[in-house]
Design a protein around this ligand. Structure first.
Ligand SMILES: O=P(O)(O)OC[C@H]1O[C@H](OP(=O)(O)OP(=O)(O)O)[C@H](O)[C@@H]1O
Ligand SMILES: O=c1cc[nH]c(=O)[nH]1
Length: 180
């Protein structure tokens, strides 16, 4: 059985999410015009936590939405599930500062797909990207604006961002070959 190595514990993750929340406010000079979009799966609870932090720090709730980009991925043939239509619910992206939120960035293809999806909904003022972990190995010219932690990896390693909401605990672990 592959061993998993802990790279971040609950406290470190909480601090990193708190810092990223502050950085989003600072870079955008407040909450006005911000639309946080969590990318399924684990970007969604992360976006909710960042929204809660921003409300706590600023007393104002940022707009929040969810994006399922399965339909837009350019490597769908490698995936077993059927593509399903993306869902941006309720909030208009026009003139918003869209902050895409995901747990991990690796090749950048998910982010590229998310940007395409957002653009289909209108013309945002800006699009920014916040991730919990940047593990390197980009295949596209995409760089996150907000990073919880840079964790350089080799290609045969996998980063798992575990969240209480989806996995029953907060932890970032590294495995080789996919096992937890
Ligand atoms: O930069 P990339 O190479 O695109 O990789 C990053 C993506 O991979 C994972 O998603 P996954 O497709 O495993 O789906 P999940 O979030 O639903 O687990 C992760 O949550 C990111 O969205
Ligand atoms: O290591 C990786 C690569 C892509 N997506 C992940 O969640 N982890």
């Amino acid at each position: 059985m592959e061993k998993s190595i802990e790279l971040m514990d609950e406290k470190e993750m909480k601090r990193a999410i708190s810092r990223v929340s502050h950085e989003i406010i600072e870079k955008n000079k407040g909450v006005k015009d911000i639309l946080l979009i969590g990318i399924k799966t684990r970007g969604v609870p992360l976006a909710q936590r960042i929204a809660d932090n921003i409300y706590k720090f600023e007393g104002e709730k940022p707009a929040l939405d969810v994006l399922d980009i399965t339909y837009y991925r350019d490597d769908l043939e490698k995936k077993t599930e059927q593509p399903h239509v993306n869902s941006l619910i309720n909030v208009f992206v026009k003139d918003k500062i869209v902050v895409l939120i995901d747990d991990v960035i690796y090749t950048g293809r998910t982010c590229r797909a998310a940007i395409n999806a957002v653009m289909d909904y209108g013309r945002p003022q800006k699009v920014q990207l916040a991730v919990m972990v940047d593990r390197g190995h980009r295949e596209l010219p995409i760089r996150p604006d907000f990073i919880g932690k840079n964790l350089p990896t080799s290609k045969d390693e996998i980063i798992h961002v575990l969240l209480d909401e989806t996995d029953g605990r907060d932890q970032v672990i590294l495995t080789r070959g996919g096992r937890k």
